[in-house]
Design a protein around this ligand. Sequence first.
Ligand SMILES: [Zn+2]
Length: 177
Amino acid sequence: MKAGKICFKCKQRAPNYCNKQDKVCKPCFMDSVVHRFKSSLRTNLKIWKDDLNLICVSGGSASMALLDLMHNALFGDEESAAEGVVKVSQRKLFFRVHVLHVDEGRAVYGWSEEFHRQQIEMIKRLCEEKYKFTYTIVPIEAVFDILPASLDVRMPSPQEKEKLLQERKMDEVNHAT
Ligand SMILES: [Zn+2]
């Protein structure tokens, strides 16, 4: 392939996007987005290991993209290693994420029961199966008068808790100077 017809980063794949003069392929573009996201978590938000971050999601594309980036920042290296992709090791971030969804679909937007159910299921499924984040779903009606029974909380399992504890120990060992 001629220069200009290949990605300027990996110099292998055909480019998908163009940023000024630079043509970049999709995997390299996503790598740079995740990299910038991770460094801004550290430098701008000062998120450090063990910090518990509450991520509020509406279920729309912007907040779900944020959730995906959070997951990628935490587990992206592991997943690419599992897929056999060897990447330059990036310093791991060991913060924790809890997802909050204030359910306003019925009361505010007047969604149908069916559409509302699908939205809630989508958020639950992503948190439980894809991201493995704990979550809380609160109906907006309960926000002003919260009753414990109205909270739907999924806490980490004993195995997940043990894994988190081990990872934190390893992180301390790795970052001891
Ligand atoms: Zn590339």
